[in-house]
Design a binder for this molecule. Structure first.
Ligand code: KIV
Length: 302
């Protein structure tokens, strides 16, 4: 059950709910009820110590539910290759597929007059060749409805990040376990341990200097992620398997709903447990991230 989306404070004929075969969509929210998430709003949250929540979504309905649950950032992740397309990794995902899903998510959020910040993931092969290729691919996702693009990789991406940011495209970088390079990394393993921690530190600082305003840290030791979060004052760290010390958290939606095809990674909590609907599960995730009860470093981190 997806769940009944939260009603807006004041219902009027202009804001009636819409009943569809798939559930009841929320009424169009009064524009003033929730302000759209923007980079300045994320900065304000960080300043007051409020954690940023992010979930992946790949279609209109789940995006609308995530928005209604209060998730600030929706990542149209290339993880859709694995969870939607059944691919063995994210390597086979095309730019056109990302465009299709980004459009679907953006329509879902608009459909409910939602406020989420939408991040489009640049897929493997769509930004590696040149800065111009990256600009072209980022333009495709921004025109599909993304507010920001995400790309994976360290030092070699710095100039690409700068190039995009200078042209008005907000960028989220991604370090640690970078699934698009899983074959080069030798598997889905913790990154940034021992001698490699220093390289990760330098890359994170260089990405901030290049203008990245967000940085996903995937499967890196909790202590390193917490240290980077303090060091990166202009770039919000978003952890996945990186402990509780980051500025925000992200999970793949299917994982946190307990419906993935394989074994859940250690850093995931199944938020459907004890909840009656997807909306409740996503709301529980938002609350747990905000009150610091998820992730638990003893259970979900290294
Ligand atoms: O594609 C994706 O879902 C991601 C998250 C795991 C951060 O990159």
């Amino acid at each position: 059950m997806i769940g009944r989306l939260a009603p807006t404070p004041k219902a009027s004929p202009m804001t009636a709910s819409t009943v569809t075969p798939y559930g009841t969509l929320p009424p169009a929210s009064p524009v003033a009820a929730r302000k759209p998430i923007s980079l300045p709003r994320l900065n304000e949250m960080r300043e007051r110590g409020e954690k940023i929540t992010m979930l992946t979504a790949y279609d209109a309905t789940f995006a609308a539910v995530a928005d209604a649950a209060g998730v600030e950032c929706i990542l149209v992740g290339d993880s859709l290759g694995m969870v939607c397309q059944g691919l063995p990794s994210t390597v086979g995902v095309s730019l056109d597929t990302m465009r299709y899903h980004t459009e679907s998510v953006a329509r879902g959020v608009r459909r409910v007059q939602g406020t989420s910040w939408i991040i489009g993931d640049l897929p493997f092969g769509s930004y590696q060749a040149s800065r111009e290729q990256a600009l072209h691919s980022a333009t495709v996702l921004m025109q599909a409805g993304a507010h920001m693009v995400k790309l994976e990789g360290g030092g070699w991406t710095t100039e690409t990040v700068r190039f995009l940011v200078e042209r008005g495209i907000p960028v989220c970088a991604h370090l640690g376990l970078t699934p698009q390079t899983v074959h080069a990394l030798g598997g889905y393993r913790v990154q940034g341990r021992g001698d490699t921690a220093d390289k990760l530190r330098q890359e994170a600082l260089a990405l901030q200097d290049a203008g990245a305003s967000m940085l996903v840290l995937e499967m890196v030791p909790a202590a390193l992620a917490a240290e980077l979060t303090l060091a990166l004052t202009r770039c919000h760290t978003i952890g996945i398997g990186a402990g509780k010390g980051t500025a925000g958290q992200v999970l793949v939606m299917h994982d946190m709903l307990g419906i993935n095809l394989g074994k859940n990674p250690k850093f995931v909590r199944n938020f459907m447990v004890g909840q009656g609907s997807v909306l409740e599960a996503m709301s529980a995730y938002v609350h747990a991230v905000k009150d610091g009860s998820f992730p638990d470093n003893a259970l979900h981190a290294w």
